[in-house]
Design a binder for this molecule. Structure first.
Ligand SMILES: Nc1ncnc2c1ncn2[C@@H]1O[C@H](COP(=O)(O)OP(=O)(O)OP(=O)(O)O)[C@@H](O)[C@H]1O
Ligand SMILES: [Mg+2]
Length: 308
């Protein structure tokens, strides 16, 4: 499948001499939700702003549905909606005016019906005549989304769309994003809420110190890097793990009443069957057991630590 965005050898050194991006290559597939994860200052906003033509790259090329993002700026930009990280909107305009105006800026014919639909989906319709300055932070962020959608873009960038948004509204936004994807819109989002990537993304990219250190299907990433832990609640307490069980590298809880076994989900044998047998032979009985899969958050933290 042809990528809808193709980024090649993209680097950025700011005027200060700081290199924010180091030779990034990335293809975005049509219709996917791609989550870009990375710590503060990793280069996420720089990457998005370059693709959207707001910041100039130092080296490299970006094509958007075949259009070079510089040479063919208007065609490329018309395909994109951007919800920027920073909240800056025309404070004294109304929600309706700012959203309609934004559509006009892209040369699209007026469509009050479409603007109404977008505002309703974002639960902003009852605020349509309010000045933006009178809205709460979460509402302002939704206005930015409405603006970004005003010209019916096929690709939507969301730079930290849910920063500072309460839990309920965050879930609403996820619904909006999912509905957009269902309508065929390609979505690239950055987030500090790993849970968000875990819930939403088809693929995940991890960026650290300006380098894209990993791009992977989310499910594959969790399967590959995810470790599983089996915890056994013991019937009694033990002082230490018997010597004979050393090879399992079990962890004994401080109270001496639980053993944790960490295994790799990739390996053919998890070792659980032999572990349970060997425990039985050592006379250790358990009353309960649970397994736990590591979260995307744990995977992310360990990746970024390794890359630091
Ligand atoms: N205009 C600029 N001039 C100089 N350095 C800049 C400029 N804009 C960003 N930087 C630097 O580039 C690096 C990447 O910044 P960027 O905003 O892309 O990070 P980010 O991953 O979006 O971070 P956050 O998660 O905090 O939003 C940072 O070290 C930042 O200080
Ligand atoms: Mg940012």
């Amino acid at each position: 499948m042809q990528p809808v965005i193709s980024i090649k050898n993209l680097s950025k050194t700011y005027a200060s001499g700081f290199q924010a991006l180091k030779s990034v290559d990335l293809d975005i597939r049509p219709g996917e939700i791609f989550a870009l994860l990375g710590p503060n200052g990793a280069g996420k906003t720089t990457l998005i702003n370059i693709v959207c033509g707001i910041v100039n790259a130092s080296t490299g090329t970006v094509t958007i549905d075949g259009h070079d993002h510089i040479r063919d700026y208007r065609a490329a930009r018309a395909l994109i909606g951007l919800v920027p990280q920073e909240l800056h909107t025309d404070a004294f305009e109304t929600v309706w005016a700012t959203t309609s105006l934004s559509r006009g800026l892209f040369g699209k014919p007026r469509s009050p019906a479409y603007i109404e639909k977008v505002l309703k989906e974002l639960s902003l319709f009852d605020k349509k005549d309010s000045q933006i300055i009178t809205l709460s932070g979460g509402m302002k962020r939704r206005v930015l989304i409405a603006k970004a959608l005003s010209h019916e873009p096929r690709i939507l960038f969301l730079d930290e769309p849910t920063a500072g948004v309460d839990v309920e509204l965050r879930k609403d936004m996820w619904d909006v994003v999912r509905a957009l994807r269902a309508a065929g819109v390609t979505i690239i989002l950055t987030t500090h809420y790993i849970e968000e990537a875990e819930q939403m993304a088809d693929r995940v990219g991890v960026i650290n110190n300006g380098e894209l250190i990993l791009v992977e299907e989310k499910a594959e990433l969790m399967r590959k890097l995810g470790r599983k832990q089996l915890t056994l609640q013991l019937q009694g307490r033990i002082e230490r793990v018997p010597e004979k069980l050393a090879l399992y590298r079990l962890e004994l809880s401080p109270e001496g009443n639980a053993l944790t076994y960490t295994y790799d989900t990739r390996s053919e044998r998890t070792g659980i069957t032999t572990l349970l047998r060997d425990l039985g032979e050592a006379g250790i009985r358990f009353s309960d057991l649970q397994t736990k899969q590591s979260s995307l958050e744990e995977i992310f933290v360990s990746l970024v630590k390794e890359g630091a």
